[in-house]
Design a protein around this ligand. Structure first.
Ligand SMILES: Nc1ncnc2c1ncn2[C@@H]1O[C@H](COP(=O)(O)OP(=O)(O)O)[C@@H](O)[C@H]1O
Ligand SMILES: [Mg+2]
Length: 362
């Protein structure tokens, strides 16, 4: 079991940027409790800026989460000496969505076997389309290796604080939080399981999401520590798997599908991105990355092929410039494909929810 001294020593590494002293010396750390591998404490903030509070809170959960023998960290935020309004106590194991985010109706992850296949592009455009076609939508950028969502949405704001909770950034009608908003961009980060656990708990429990119809997660690529930890902690209603048509991408996506199956996360279906390119001058279609991979994968697992998204320079530019293609070119073929994808995701979630309600025969 980790000792109190070790925890405090780790927390001494965090300085209050305004007071220029570490948070232990300043007496901000209160109610430190250690029970087996679980550590909890309160940061008794006073007049710190919202940004400073968010940063110190994140660093505190990260630093303590990295300590050997710690599997779970709960950092409460208290004003002065007051205890914060009773935060619900969490038991062992992954918390249920009903506990962490009771006002969120559906949680959807966008995942893939590898990076660069268009996960963030799909997550962002899907979220915007879901919100445009009716519904309150949030998006959590949990790609610890490349948090691109703020850039792709063109979000300039920073998260604020209200009554010790984090207010998500509002952009294009979405509520958004990103791991990229909480860490220093130049600071190289090696994310380990426990840090990811505490990060995602913070994203769910400490952020004021309010009532949402859909909360979309942009997941990190691969089947490593990060993806696995997140999938265990996030209460997911389903996952959309993004792939490109060629065989090498399929190998990785199969591994990722296997991981979600083991964790009992329902597969909503496959999105084949960069499926083909239509030359604007001749109208001819080119299968740049091969052909048919998405359909083969969907058939192999008996799940729907939700969409085939063409390669399109404007989609890339939209991502780089922070104006998602569905808003930038609402009448384009791209936007139509995302419209179909959003409808398919909605239908699939309703279908799975209906299956849940059926009586089980054992
Ligand atoms: N259908 C598409 N057409 C053109 N460019 C795309 C398409 N999908 C993604 N891109 C571009 O490819 C790059 C990688 O996509 P991204 O969404 O960041 O992938 P990932 O999140 O899987 O790493 C980005 O520059 C993005 O704008
Ligand atoms: Mg990405």
């Amino acid at each position: 079991m980790v000792s109190e001294a070790t925890v405090l020593q780790a927390l001494r590494g965090i300085r209050d940027p305004e007071a220029q002293q570490d948070i232990v010396t300043l007496g901000l750390v209160r109610d430190l409790r250690i029970a087996d591998a679980e550590v909890s404490f309160t940061l008794a903030f006073t007049t710190q800026s919202p940004q400073a509070k968010v940063t110190m809170h994140t660093m505190a959960s990260r630093l303590v989460g990295q300590l050997p023998g710690v599997s779970r960290v709960q950092v409460k935020m208290g004003g002065g000496a007051r205890e914060p309004a009773a935060a619900p106590a969490h038991g062992h194991g992954p918390a249920k969505s009903a506990e962490l985010i009771p006002e969120v109706r559906h949680t959807v992850a966008v995942s893939s076997g590898k990076g660069g296949v268009g996960k963030s592009t799909v997550a962002v455009n899907l979220a915007v389309t879901l919100s445009e076609t009716g519904g309150a939508v949030g998006i959590i950028d949990s790609d610890v290796y490349g948090p691109d969502v703020p850039l792709m949405l063109g979000a300039r704001g920073r998260p604020g604080m209200f009554e010790n909770r984090i207010i998500p950034v509002e952009v294009h009608g979405l509520k958004m939080m990103s791991i990229g908003l909480l860490v220093n961009e130049r600071e190289p980060l090696v994310w380990r399981g426990p840090m990811i656990h505490s990060f995602i708990q913070q994203m769910l429990r400490d952020v004021m999401w309010g009532a949402l119809d859909y909360l979309v997660f942009d997941m990190p690529p691969g089947t490593g520590d990060a993806q696995l930890s997140l999938s265990q902690v996030i209460p997911l209603d389903g996952v959309v798997m993004v792939t490109t048509p060629q065989e090498v991408a399929l190998l990785d996506v199969r591994k990722a599908i296997g991981m979600f199956q083991k964790l009992n996360v329902p597969l909503l279906g496959v999105v084949e991105n960069m499926s083909y390119f239509v030359a604007p001058d001749t109208g001819r279609r080119y299968d740049i990355f091969g052909e048919g991979g998405g359909r083969r994968l969907a058939e192999e697992y008996g799940i729907p092929l939700l969409a085939q998204i063409p390669l399109d320079p404007e989609t890339r530019i939209g991502g780089d410039e922070g104006s998602p293609i569905v808003l930038r070119r609402p009448d384009s073929p791209q936007a139509k494909v995302f419209g179909d994808l959003a409808r398919a995701v909605r239908a699939r979630l309703d279908e799975l929810a209906a299956l849940e309600r059926l009586p089980k025969i054992s």
